[in-house]
Write a protein that binds this ligand. Structure first.
Ligand code: SAM
Length: 255
């Protein structure tokens, strides 16, 4: 347990930084989830349910442990998945995000849990570059693909620093009656900087984003050099409904 932060200090930081998108257990029986300031049910369930859904397959693909692995956590937000990777033995985890507010949350959790092997940086996906950040065995790419303005370009950047596995969790376009690869463009609403209900604080101006259908993700992964793709069936109970309805899909892709 971290001895540098007192219980009062942690409680103060939880209140100051809430709401968190990831519920993480902290020392002194505290959690980042605070029902008083929580804005969405997902804040309570997101980290736990996606971990139960996707990590058993990830571990299977890695021989049962992440020991010795270098993990990159794209769009890490509060860093819950980086913490999970560290818990499973990862040697080094780099989480990055473009929003200061989420990085403040992630760094508070890192400090509270005294996780030396986890580092957070302010960086955009398009800035992935081996010379700056090194190479990684595993990339987590959760909740970001369908928000990208230049998705194939940005995912190529991620592929260039990923040696072995990409785990992608994304909303997908359910195109009726089509077997083709499709990307649906939208121009989502601009977000006010004091809006605490959202995980989209980066959307400060009008921009395009593209939601792929499942086939487009699989074909893109093939182009990126990750041809072995498994679509993880939502077998776990307690996942968000969008997984069972096929609106949200998790892909485990290997070189
Ligand atoms: C829907 S949240 C997903 C957070 C987390 N990965 C998860 O699945 O719970 C999207 C995150 O992407 C971050 N983000 C948006 N554009 C980004 C970019 N170009 N590069 C890195 N992070 C980005 C946002 O700040 C936000 O934290």
């Amino acid at each position: 347990m971290n001895t540098e932060m007192s219980k009062q200090e942690m409680e103060g930081e939880i209140q100051r930084l809430a709401p968190f998108h990831h519920k993480v257990d902290l020392p002194y029986g505290l959690k980042t989830y605070d029902p008083g300031s929580s804005q969405r049910h997902r804040e309570q369930t997101r980290l736990d349910s996606l971990t139960r859904h996707a990590f058993p397959k990830l571990l299977e693909a890695c021989g049962g442990t992440l020991e010795g692995k270098r993990v990159i956590d794209v769009a890490c937000n509060a860093g819950g998945f980086s913490v999970e990777a560290a818990r499973l033995g990862a040697e080094y985890v780099l989480g990055f995000d473009v929003a200061d507010r989420y990085l403040d949350q992630a760094n508070f959790i890192k400090r509270a849990l005294d996780l030396e092997q986890v580092e957070y940086r302010k960086m955009a996906l398009a800035d992935c570059d081996e010379a700056k950040i090194g190479m990684f065995d595993i990339a987590f790419c959760f909740g970001i693909l369908y928000h990208l303005e230049n998705p194939v370009y940005e995912m190529k950047k991620l592929a260039s620093v990923t040696r072995d596995i990409m785990l992608i969790d994304a909303n997908v376009y359910q195109a009726p009656f089509s077997r083709k690869s499709l990307w649906k463009m939208t121009v989502p609403r601009v977000i006010e900087s004091d809006d605490k209900t959202t995980t989209a604080l980066w959307r400060t101006e009008k921009r395009c984003q593209f939601k792929p259908n499942v086939r487009a993700v699989v074909e893109m992964l093939d182009v990126l050099g990750f041809p072995k793709v498994e679509i993880l069936k939502p077998r776990e109970r307690g996942l968000e409904f969008r997984y069972y309805r096929g609106k949200r899909v998790t892909f485990l892709a290997r070189r």
